[in-house]
Write a protein that binds this ligand. Structure first.
Ligand code: NAD
Length: 362
């Protein structure tokens, strides 16, 4: 497909390629939809296999942010950015400040935050060049969104358990967690506290070992993550992992995790999970706590309020699971329908002109 065909097929408003050879910056900012407000979404730093892979990731992630905001009641649009580079070796102040300048050129159409491979410190470098950044530390800043994201995933998992087994408890359940990063470590604490038996894996095994030590989880090899027998599989690493090869191997009843874009092909792989009798809790719904956290910076950050909002993901998830069951549609379709309905209605509301006309310069 040609470049514009790809962009048009997902309905993006704007794609910005950022290049600065002096600092080594290569980044892509995707603004998907601003019907609900300025586009907000994190900046991911990753060593992509190709520029095309980076673009595809940014396009998919930004579209996901539009749906996430719409379904979770947040008044923001969808956007996301990727910086092409190795977060372990390629980070420095000038690179992030050059990126901050690029964000500034969009004058608030895009607001950034942390994502995989970026941290609060990186957001502080970006903040030196633009105010359009959330997830910074200090007074008024929401800091690391992971605890709130993890609470939201946990709440969505409780709702899924209630729908699947009739009780919203995870006590005695076996849960396999892929990834031992920020979200996973907080999530696993909730899971072990709730009496679940948790198995964790990471491509960097020492990370899994550290999380296991703190939480009482057991470490498994990254290669065993799909085949280890469990009740719930929780993806908390990267996206695109649920595909033709993996889905037939799964032994779980529920997939519920914080990673974005878990389904390699949204419709096809949601359908495959459904046919295997596996309940899929839509990723962008259960991980919307991170968005709630950064969005709250706009009105004055208060963590206890955001935590209560993230617990509301239980009800949002349950509503989706109920609609899916009642209408006999996929959970992802139920969720997309709720998001699209809100987008369409608010697009209509925002279509009412509220400005002051200038007539003959008066
Ligand atoms: P992170 O970088 O802290 O953790 C990701 C972990 O996954 C890393 O430890 C990495 O080594 C590991 N990993 C990568 N590939 C793996 C594989 N194949 N098998 C096992 N482990 C693997 O990132 P995070 O902030 O915890 O985010 C995790 C996921 O949740 C991402 O998809 C992110 O987009 C999504 N998410 C995060 C937030 C948030 O608040 N941080 C909010 C919404 C969504």
């Amino acid at each position: 497909m040609e470049f514009f065909d790809v962009v048009n097929s997902m309905g993006h408003e704007q794609v910005v390629l950022c290049s600065d050879p002096v600092t080594g910056l290569r980044a892509i900012i995707c603004i998907h939809n601003t019907s609900l407000g300025p586009a907000l979404g994190g900046t991911r730093m990753w060593k992509y296999e190709s520029d095309q892979a980076a673009l595809t990731d940014a396009l998919r992630l930004s579209r996901g942010m539009t749906y996430k905001a719409a379904v979770s009641g947040v008044n923001l649009g969808g956007g996301k950015a990727v910086i092409l580079g190795d977060p372990r070796t390629d980070k420095n102040e000038t690179l992030f400040r050059a990126y901050g300048r690029m964000v500034e050129t969009l004058r608030g159409r895009y607001i950034t935050a942390e994502d995989v491979g970026t941290s609060v410190r990186d957001m502080e470098w970006i903040r030196m060049e633009t105010k359009y950044v959330t997830g910074v530390g200090g007074p008024g800043g929401s800091g690391d969104p992971s605890p709130v994201t993890a609470l939201g995933v946990f709440s969505g998992m409780l709702a899924s358990a209630k729908k699947m087994w009739g009780a919203d408890t995870l006590s005695g359940k076996k849960i396999v967690v892929q990834g031992a990063g920020n979200v996973a470590s907080y999530l696993i604490s909730h899971l072990t506290d709730a009496g679940a038996t948790v198995y964790v894996s990471d491509i960097y095994e020492e990370k899994a070992v550290n999380v296991a030590k703190k939480t009482g989880a057991s470490v498994i090899k990254a290669s065993d993550v799909f085949t280890t027998k469990c009740d719930i599989f929780s993806p908390n690493a990267l996206g695109g992992i649920l595909d033709d090869d993996v889905i037939p191997q799964l032994t779980c009843s529920i997939v519920c995790g914080g990673a974005n874009n878990q389904l390699k092909s949204e419709q096809k792989h949601a359908q495959m999970l459904h046919e295997r009798g596996i309940m899929y809790a839509p990723d962008y719904v259960v991980n919307s706590g991170g968005l709630m956290n950064v969005a709250s910076e706009v009105d004055g950050y208060e963590q206890s309020k955001v935590m209560r909002q993230a617990e509301g993901i239980y009800d949002i998830t349950m509503n989706i699971l109920n609609i899916s069951a009642d209408r006999n549609i996929l959970t992802i379709d139920a969720s997309n329908a709720i998001a699209e309905e809100r987008l369409a209605k608010l697009r209509h509301v925002h279509g009412t002109y509220v400005g002051s006309p200038t007539i003959r310069g008066v």
